[in-house]
Design a protein around this ligand. Structure first.
Ligand SMILES: Cc1cc2nc3c(=O)[nH]c(=O)nc-3n(C[C@H](O)[C@H](O)[C@H](O)COP(=O)(O)O)c2cc1C
Ligand code: SF4
Length: 401
């Protein structure tokens, strides 16, 4: 484990005050040094931590190029993924690192205004960020906006729409927020962990950032680990393996047992090889997987993967922002079919139809909610192949028998 974002006082002490933060990390670089920040972030190879893994420096450059001093920064702390806790932990314990990132981003892209977009269920994080805003000089005109609990509210076009109109549903893009976002201005939507990383790169440089990392993608990342003796949020070097994570957190699952990687938008993986693969965005992408927002859920040996997948499908169907037909009706049909299989009441063609939906629902919504959901289903149909068959044909569970 390598503490960078989470170095400093113990997390159970709560928010690090401004004075302590400045004493520990020093002041932010001055105007002259900040001029090289976008190239430094690009050289560091920092990828966004909100799920998609888009290069942060490239996004800052795109917004800066359109800004004309009018851009707006939206720090995304919606964290609607049910298995993720890392953003709320970061905001609740290191609020000034996130605000440093906001200040630097605003400077770099030419923004005078910023929005802290914090999921309304993350009350501790919101209180810490409010207090932190009061503690420090107000360099950027910053306000807090709290979207309702919803998976899709954290999607960037939904975030912009909620700030503009109070409606947290995604919209069809283009134009994307970096072109036309809050108040019609170019808007930099950046995950709070990405911004906190930028604040460290500004102080210590790209070479320092790249010192951490065990595989191709450099740096550290926050991960939320569950299904272990000590679940919670850890900071790890990218490239750490599942086996290492299990060892550090007291995982009791046997090596190679199923793991949900990336949360409800992610994939099931299993097998000793999977436990040895590096948690590295580039290496995972090459295997058709995603690091996503850093969720690692060890399922254990005695849980049924079909039942677990059915619960997730039901949650995602309920999370549809109910504006695109294929998402509303398609995800409900997926959820109903998986529930029937999980409860040994499958219709004869349920498995065939489930396989079909993993293809036919891709790209059918205004946002990627259907894509993420059926991507997880696709992985479940592979990893738990014999379990689906046993649930359907023999009407019994091999795991819970
Ligand atoms: C359905 C959906 C939900 C999302 N929820 C979040 C979220 O809660 N927090 C977040 O930072 N990004 C979320 N994203 C990703 C954002 O759209 C956006 O890519 C991200 O905030 C950009 O920041 P980053 O480049 O630093 O990751 C979500 C995307 C989708 C498709
Ligand atoms: S795909 Fe689903 S969640 Fe996304 S905008 Fe359409 S209805 Fe809403």
């Amino acid at each position: 484990m390598t503490a960078r974002l989470l170095s400093g006082p113990a997390l159970n002490l709560g928010a690090e005050p401004y004075d302590a933060h400045r004493q520990r990390l020093g002041a932010l670089p001055g105007k002259a040094e900040r001029a090289g920040l976008i190239p430094a972030i690009e050289a560091a190879g920092l990828l966004g931590r909100g799920g998609a893994g888009f290069p942060v420096g490239r996004k800052w450059a795109s917004v800066a190029g359109r800004s004309k001093g009018q851009a707006i920064v939206l720090a995304n702390g919606a964290e609607g993924e049910p298995m993720s806790m890392k953003d709320r932990v970061l905001m609740a314990t290191r609020p000034h690192l996130v605000l440093d990132g906001v200040e630097l981003a605003a400077d770099a892209v030419g923004a005078k205004k910023a929005v802290l977009y914090i999921g309304s269920e993350h009350a501790g994080a919101r209180v810490a960020m409010e207090a932190a805003l009061r503690e420090r000089p107000r360099v950027v005109d910053t306000r807090i906006v709290t979207p309702p609990v919803s998976y899709a509210a954290g999607e960037e076009s939904a975030a912009v729409r909620f700030v503009n109109k109070g409606d947290p549903r995604p919209v069809t893009v283009p134009p994307r927020p970096f072109e036309k976002g809050i108040d019609g201005k170019p808007t930099l939507v950046q995950n709070v962990e990405s911004l906190a990383n930028a604040a460290l790169i500004a102080r210590y440089g790209a070479a320092w950032f790249r010192e951490a990392g065990r595989a191709e993608t450099r740096g550290t990342a926050l991960v939320t680990v569950s299904g272990v003796t000590t679940p919670g949020v850890l900071e790890v070097e990218l490239g750490t393996t599942l086996a290492d994570l299990a060892a550090w957190t007291g995982g009791t699952a046997s090596v190679g047992s199923p793991v949900l990687l990336g949360g409800y938008f992610g994939s099931w993986v299993a097998g000793p090889d999977a436990w040895q693969m590096p948690l590295d965005p580039a290496a995972l992408r090459a295997r058709g997987l995603a690091f996503g927002c850093g969720v690692v859920g060890f399922m254990g040996d005695s849980a049924c993967g079909v039942a677990a997948t059915a619960r997730i499908m039901d949650y995602m169907a309920g999370s549809s922002a109910a504006q695109c037909g294929p998402c509303v009706y398609g995800l409900r049909a997926v959820a109903d079919a998986t529930a029937r299989v999980a409860t040994f009441a499958a219709h004869p063609d349920d498995l065939r139809r489930l396989r079909g939906w993993t293809e036919s629902l891709v790209g059918r919504g205004a946002c990627r909610l259907p894509d993420g959901t059926v991507g997880l289903l696709r992985s479940a149909l592979t990893v738990f192949e014999t379990d689906w068959a046993a649930h359907t044909a023999q009407r019994r569970c091999q795991v819970r028998a």
